[in-house]
Design a protein around this ligand. Structure first.
Ligand code: ARG
Length: 702
């Protein structure tokens, strides 16, 4: 029976490492010994001949990698898909392999030009013939996979390779008889690993560790119970032996220098047909359109990178380069992804960059009804901070109340259809929710080069500060505060108790008094500490003037709360003259609204603290309406909460001594947000000095 199995090999007459197209070849140019290569190849040839028939394709001078006949093409029954090599160094092998296939009666399919696919190096049949595993990421293009499915009439499962040492699927993956699989999981992305785990039962997976993997243990030739490879550890041999396989080792070190071993040196040309096969591939493709300063603003790079980083692939169909500095470019890009799930992930990120799904005038957003209050349909589109439009009945409708992490709810009103961003708990039966990722676009301000340089808030977005940067940012913030105050705009502060500990209380109080702040958000603590300081001169028991703990100081904190409770609330305590200064005092005096959101650890709390968090979130959102700038002062929770409610376009300045907090907020990625890693008390005092300087330009800042 085994005699019917046939392999194609190519003698190593012209084999050498002549160039570098994979990491193994690096440093190995002309370092392989011709004699040893011939000897190793002959041994392998001999072993395989004991178990199967071997045919030879004549080697060609000038094509040193032709020994790796696995890359000739992919064979199933009498059909072959010829390889299209990615690198020109190997493209010259194609006609020779083609000749051999044609001479031997195969039906040869050729892929379109510029669609690389490297044959059985990147496509491996399940040994039961149930499906084809196809690799992509380095040599073969994802878009070649649908051709394989069609021509070979088989289900194709795409696996993404992510470790360049394992650039071909057969370097890290080897289906074995009886449904076993020998493989090296870290060579694949997590999605691919999940796919493998879904298809191959745990007891059938033979995971190879790195030391075996780099010896090309997965690059094995399997004939029934026999597994032929360069080298295997004792552990691996035992593991394979336990499930009935016999390992035959044969050194192929000279070929490892070119990045290949046993499997690469062979091509099985008798792959039996299985009866009930059918073409099937979960791969999806869509065409998107991107417009803007694609080059200047780096948009096109970001778009293409995110496609690849998420396991997709792309083809730029059209690129209209804006020729003048001010003109925009437009690109049409075909995006492919190995599954619907990944496609949605990719498209939603592209939408964030301002991409539109094509053909845009034929695609309405997909809607599904809400069938349970407070629960959205499974596949709901998750909103971002960017102004968004959805296409309904051929019309682009602007989404109201833009915020991130919401759903888009559509409802019918007497004035017509409206689309609103809603947090999940607020969606209601009777509304429709946008699902999937089509018919959605975000409106991005064109970020041109000039724009980015001029926009005061953008030049150091998303970075971390050095000292000079702190100064620069303070200057900008001061300038911005002045502008907004002069135009009767709105600035909101979120503040944590650290503002008081670090001595920033008096500065913040002054900002409020002088009309720079139109709203204050925080928790119970900022208010208690501030009032404690005003009433007793301490903050959580620490003397603010001397910086030392006062005996029994913690009682100050509780007494403060008790006093405010006695008067009913903060405003009443201010009126009664009990609170005479500080942040909360100024809020009351200046009629600046504040919301204090409670938490599990609050002492008291103050009567003003909203302990119902759902209400607190709603009050925060209400107070934030119409805000142009938010100063986030050392309060991670309140700042992140606020960040989530705030659409793009609102300037956010996040000040925290902990870089992680700053980074977290800058991760929103909007150009208007920036982070400053510094002491918040210091920041506020610099800010006040800067504002003074702006008010009286002749005063020197001391
Ligand atoms: N030097 C060859 C290349 O980089 C090695 C090919 C190994 N073949 C394989 N099926 N993995 O293309």
């Amino acid at each position: 029976m085994t005699s019917q199995i046939k392999f194609l090999m190519c003698p190593p007459d012209h084999y050498d490492v002549d160039y570098v197209i994979n990491p193994w070849m690096e440093g190995n140019i002309h370092k392989s010994s011709q004699d040893r290569a011939v000897e190793q190849w002959q041994k392998l040839h001999q072993i395989i001949k004991e178990h199967a028939v071997v045919d030879l394709v004549p080697p060609e001078k000038g094509w040193p990698d032709m020994v790796f006949s696995a890359n000739a093409g992919l064979v199933l029954d009498d059909t072959v898909v010829l390889s299209r090599f990615l690198h020109k160094e190997r493209q010259g092998e194609e006609p020779y392999f083609n000749q051999w296939f044609e001479k031997n009666g195969y039906t040869v399919h050729e892929l379109p030009k510029d669609l690389p696919f490297e044959g059985a190096g990147d496509a491996l049949l399940d040994r039961e013939g149930r499906w084809l595993w196809a690799g992509y990421g380095f040599r073969s293009e994802l878009d070649s996979h649908p051709y394989l499915a069609k021509w070979l009439d088989i289900e194709v499962l795409s696996l993404r390779l992510i470790d360049e040492r394992f650039y071909h699927l057969d370097t890290c993956f080897c289906p074995l008889a009886n449904g076993y699989l020998l493989y090296y999981p870290p060579a694949f992305d997590s999605y691919s690993n999940r796919l493998i785990e879904m298809r191959v039962a745990p007891e059938k997976r033979i995971v190879v560790a790195e030391p075996d993997a780099v010896n090309f243990a997965c690059n094995a030739v399997n004939i029934d119970r026999i597994v032929i490879m360069n080298k295997a550890s004792e552990g691996l041999k035992t593991r394979l032996g336990d499930v009935g396989f016999q390992v035959i080792e044969t050194p192929l070190t000279e070929f490892l220098k070119a990045g290949g071993a046993a499997k690469c040196l062979t091509l099985r040309v008798t792959e039996p047909l299985i009866e009930e096969r059918h073409a099937n591939i979960p791969l999806e493709s869509r065409v998107i359109q991107l417009e803007g300063h694609l080059l200047d603003a780096g948009l096109i790079n970001r778009a293409l990178d995110l496609i690849v980083d998420n396991g997709g692939s792309f083809q730029v169909l059209n690129f209209n380069l804006g020729e003048q500095r001010q003109s925009t470019s437009a690109a049409e890009v075909r995006v492919s992804a190995p599954s619907h799930e990944l496609m949605e992930e990719i498209i939603s990120q592209l939408i964030d960059l301002g991409a539109v799904d094509l053909p845009q005038d034929e695609r309405d957003a997909k809607l599904e009804p809400v069938i349970q209050n407070g629960v959205a349909p499974d596949d709901f589109y998750v909103t971002t901070i960017y102004p968004t439009e959805v296409r309904i009945n051929g019309q682009w409708v602007r989404v109201q109340n833009q915020r991130m992490d919401g759903a888009i709810a559509i409802s019918q009103t007497p004035e017509g259809l409206i689309a609103r961003c809603k947090i999940l708990r607020d969606v209601e039966v009777g509304e429709q929710v946008v699902v999937d990722v089509q018919g959605i676009r975000t409106i991005r301000k064109p970020e041109s080069r000039e724009h980015r340089n001029q926009q005061e808030f953008s030049f150091m977005s998303a970075g971390v500060s050095s000292e000079r940067r702190v100064e620069l940012i303070v200057e900008q913030v001061a300038w911005e505060l002045r502008k907004i105050r002069d135009a009767a705009g709105k600035v909101v502060v979120t503040a944590g108790p650290v503002v008081i500990h670090t001595g920033g209380g008096e500065h913040l109080a002054r900002l409020i008094r002088e009309g720079y702040i139109q709203g204050l958000l925080g928790g119970n603590a900022i208010a208690v500490h501030d009032i404690e300081q005003s009433m007793m001169g301490t903050s959580l028991g620490v003397d603010m003037k001397r910086g030392v703990a006062v005996r029994g100081g913690h009682r100050h904190h509780l007494k403060t709360i008790n006093t405010v409770r006695r008067y009913g609330n903060i405003a009443k305590a201010v009126e009664a003259g009990v609170i005479k200064s500080g942040v909360m005092y100024e809020c009351v005096q200046q009629n600046v609204p504040f919301v204090l959101a409670g938490s599990i650890r609050d002492d008291g709390p103050l009567p003003d603290t909203q302990m119902d968090l759902i209400k607190a979130q709603a009050e925060y959102a209400e107070l934030l309406k119409g805000t142009e700038m938010i100063l986030m002062l050392s309060s991670m929770l309140h700042s992140i909460g606020v960040g989530n409610m705030t659409p793009a376009g609102v300037k956010m300045v996040c000040v925290d001594i902990n870089p992680a907090v700053v980074t977290k907020l800058s991760d929103r990625g909007s150009i208007e947000s920036m982070g400053v890693v510094t002491d918040v008390g210091l920041f506020l005092s610099l800010l006040i000095q800067q504002l003074d300087k702006l008010t009286s330009p002749y005063t020197q800042v001391g």
